[in-house]
Design a protein around this ligand. Structure first.
Ligand SMILES: NC(=O)c1ccc[n+]([C@@H]2O[C@H](COP(=O)([O-])OP(=O)(O)OC[C@H]3O[C@@H](n4cnc5c(N)ncnc54)[C@H](OP(=O)(O)O)[C@@H]3O)[C@@H](O)[C@H]2O)c1
Length: 216
């Protein structure tokens, strides 16, 4: 497949590129800082420069693809304003670009617990922005899969996760999220579904099958 990842230099994305390349896919990563291009090339991905906050229409950068992944985020150091412009509007611009370019599949890295917002004002805005992006995707008509990880860590992956429609809060290494996303990408039956994701006891290679069995 030809796969376009927005937020191509994100920590999850940088774990994901080599796995997808190993699985035989061609990967393009959208980044806004040209100096990050080399890192993507070393990970086997083709860098495309586009600032998703500056551009209203990102369809040219997204180009032709079989599937897109939204892996961008304003990040913990940003204020409330960029939660809207990156976490919500960036994701919506990718929906528009996918439609414009006749790309059917869209995988969203969302976050768990958005239905029960908590924390300080900026974190609440982040959760609202992510929830609105998810809602826009559900209504888009695209073949979406929304993956909602718990708190992300930079620890080494354990190779084991819990993937289910509703889970208690927890955390998960970014490396495990990337490997799980690679499994989701291989399974078109995940379309139209939303799952929570935390560390657990199911080997990542079995997690998609187990999760599908839970949805009936
Ligand atoms: N942190 C958590 O505990 C947690 C939990 C659940 C879900 N999530 C979500 O998981 C996703 C991925 O997480 P992560 O840790 O891999 O993210 P990350 O390392 O913070 O990466 C986000 C990427 O988005 C890029 N980006 C920001 N603004 C952009 C713009 N205007 N144009 C193009 N790219 C832009 C950043 O690039 P620059 O280097 O240019 O800034 C960065 O590479 C995020 O959506 C996050 O909200 C996080």
């Amino acid at each position: 497949m030809d796969i376009c990842i927005v937020g191509g230099h994100g920590k999850i994305a940088m774990h994901l590129h080599p796995v997808l390349v190993k699985n035989g896919h061609h990967v393009r990563g959208i980044i806004r800082k040209p100096e990050q291009a080399k890192d993507l090339q070393e990970a086997g991905a083709e860098p495309v420069i586009c600032d998703i906050e500056q551009e209203d229409d990102i369809s040219k950068a997204v180009g032709n693809a079989d599937l897109v992944v939204f892996a961008a985020g304003a990040g913990p150091g940003s204020g409330a304003e960029r939660k809207w412009t990156v976490d919500r509007d960036g994701a919506v611009k990718l929906i528009d670009a996918a439609k414009q370019n006749a790309i059917k599949r869209y995988i969203m890295i969302s976050a768990m617990g958005l239905d029960k917002p908590r924390g300080n004002e900026v974190f609440r805005v982040y959760q609202k922005a992510k929830a609105e992006a998810d809602e826009a995707l559900r209504k888009s008509g695209l073949d979406y899969t929304i993956i909602k990880p718990g708190r992300l860590t930079d620890q080494h992956g354990t190779g084991k996760v819990s993937l289910a429609p509703h889970l208690d809060r927890g955390e998960i290494p970014r490396e495990d999220v990337a490997h799980l996303l690679a499994e989701v990408i291989e399974e078109p039956e995940m379309s139209g579904l939303t799952f929570d994701l935390v560390s657990g006891n199911t080997p990542i290679e079995d997690a998609v099958r187990v999760a599908l069995s839970l949805t009936g």
